[in-house]
Design a protein around this ligand. Sequence first.
Ligand code: NDP
Length: 339
Amino acid sequence: NRYVAVRHHVEGFPSEEDFEVKKVKMRWTPESGEVLVRNLYLSMDPYQLNRMKRRSASHLAVDGIVPGERIESYGAGEVVASACEEYKAGDVVAGVLGWEDYTLFLPSPGVLMSKLAASDDDLPLSHHLSALGTSGMTAYAGFYEVCRPQRGEKVFVSAASGSVGSLVGQFAKLAGCYVVGCAGSNAKVDLVKNQLGFDEAFNYKEELDMRSALKRYFPDGIDIYFDNVGGETLEAALSSMNTYGRVALCGVISEYTDASRRAAPDLLEVIYKRITIRGFFAWDFLTRFGEFTGIIGDLIRQEKVQVIEDISDGLESVPSAFTALFRGENIGKKIVKLA
Ligand code: NDP
């Protein structure tokens, strides 16, 4: 079996040289309840970088990745052999697999794995890593459950062309909100504005000052900020929030690569404006995974939501695909397709 490992702990920006493809002898016959899956699609997720760092108290929520060892990751694949009654060869599954050709896993209540129904066949399997996977759950739960939108409210989304951001903006439009996204290139801005239906979008790299950009797009203030990036974007958004505004802290990717960069919001302003800032994990909503992805699946079938994916080929492309997230080179959900 081949798998992708980190050579050493990764601090700061990851580079392709931080990774290696390793080969290992593997037992091909599942034993006592195990299931062997041939992986077809692997998910590239920014949070994995935090698992690659040396352990620190601030990253206790996720297990660390040990250099040289296999890396667990969300993925989709086909069961090739099974010693578990619930799974048989030919079943298609999505859940926690690994950055590897084959994964041998032991089903248990704590392991996220779903067997895909034949009725899901009309949508591409890769969607189970994007809109029908954790990105979809994050966007749906984060927007509807954490932000609690009302019709007509003004919503700002960062990393707007990304996997989570592109869905949040579309959900916000469906909820009758005014939506502005920011993204890191003109092609991304064009996508979210002209294809995904955001009301406005701008390239934050072309703005000298984020605060004045937000004042321009939100002359009456922001009611909801869905934060994917943290840093100065979060600080600027907070300074434009309306009274009783809500901020969903989904991720702070600008801080993952720079330990010295931490948003320092004006907390007195947060108090005066009674702003709610809530961090959340997609996993908090695991019991509602089927409900949320069912709704999103229907929205895709009705062509009310578009799924943007950016797919690379082959296990060898994992290092470049993963590091691309931090260079802003992906448009939509970054996925690696295995041969
Ligand atoms: P994306 O598809 O959005 O890809 C990452 C994007 O982040 C890049 O394309 C880039 O877009 C932007 N980015 C990268 N570096 C920086 C930087 N230094 N400053 C600002 N923007 C940057 O990834 P996901 O949709 O998978 O994840 C988005 C966020 O949501 C991440 O922070 C992630 O950790 C978080 N997340 C949280 C979950 C949860 O349970 N809370 C679950 C899933 C994701 P651009 O070119 O526009 O800058």
